[in-house]
Write a protein of this length. Sequence first.
Length: 133
Amino acid sequence: MERTLAIIKPDSVKKNIIGKIIDRIEAEGFRIVEMRLVHLKAEEAMNFYAVHREKPFYADLVAFMSSGDSVVLLLERENAIVRWREVMGATDPAKAAPGTLRRLYGFSIERNAVHGSDARDTAAAEIGFFFKS
Ligand code: GDP
């Protein structure tokens, strides 16, 4: 069993599709270990995405991620990290495969509906960021 960190981003929460995304999470065989509605402060979004500090889109990304509520979820299943990335689809919704969450619900490369950890070390760090226990 493996764990990963998922976020239902503010664009999805504003569109009232938390339920649709959680339906998909459950249908794909993930167990929700922990889950919480959060409104990230700008400083928290900056820290969470610190790896992108030098990118031209960093300020916009921080503003977006702190613009409203998100849902953070600790997910568990076999091969959870890779599997959740597959269910999300590519970063840019226009390039994401049909049926993936980002293709279905993403608006732009920034407002792309959901987040998922990309590797074991980042998953551990991101889980620790939101779920202190
Ligand atoms: P992810 O692992 O697929 O989420 O992609 P990255 O780690 O590369 O980027 C993190 C987040 O930054 C993405 O999910 C988007 O919300 C945002 N992002 C990535 N690339 C761009 C970009 O070129 N422009 C803008 N505005 N946002 C981006």
